[in-house]
Design a protein around this ligand. Structure first.
Ligand code: ZN
Length: 168
């Protein structure tokens, strides 16, 4: 049983909780009840009701498509990027800042990185335009796929909740 109420977890999600309470909540051992409330708070703010399996960033989720039961990477707007094991970035709109002019839109003059050595790649949802990620690699570096969560272990060992159904 979690000692935090759904209302407090809602405030945490909305960023409205005072700093001290936030720190206390985040430093608590992870527990299934709190994860369930966290997901519930996120879910209630979304326009779709496919079950959230795992939030992966502010506006990006692994969710269970309620029709196919497949796990997909999904934007908060409802746009699906396909199977959760595939790199969603390859289905995103990509804007590459690889010249001084484009860099100066985000950096003051003289503080921008040298684009011979570093570029910015910005990944946007093709439906709603939300920016989901930014990479700052060397220009020749391949598209990164840094997040491949072990969802089974997360459910079994971490939050001790039953693993949601999944179509293979
Ligand atoms: Zn979107």
């Amino acid at each position: 049983m979690s000692i935090y109420t759904q209302e407090q977890v809602n405030y945490l999600v909305e960023g409205k909780l005072d700093w001290e309470t936030t720190m206390r909540m985040l430093s608590m051992p992870k527990d299934g009840e709190r994860f369930r409330m966290y997901v519930h708070a996120l879910q209630s703010k979304l326009p779709w009701d496919d079950k959230i399996i795992l939030p992966i960033s502010l506006h990006l989720y692994i969710a269970q498509n309620k029709t196919s039961k497949e796990w997909v990477t999904k934007c908060s707007c409802g746009h699906e990027f396909g199977d959760y094991r595939k790199n969603w970035k390859l289905q995103a709109l990509i804007y590459v800042r690889d010249n001084a002019e484009a860099m100066h839109e985000v950096y003051p003059a003289l503080m921008a990185p040298d684009t011979n050595w570093q570029v910015y790649r910005e990944y946007y949802c093709p439906s709603c335009g939300t920016m989901h990620d930014v990479e700052a690699p060397t220009p020749w570096y391949p598209v990164m796929h840094e997040f491949e969560p072990d969802i089974e272990a997360f459910y079994n060992d971490w939050v001790h909740l039953p693993l949601p159904e999944k179509a293979s």
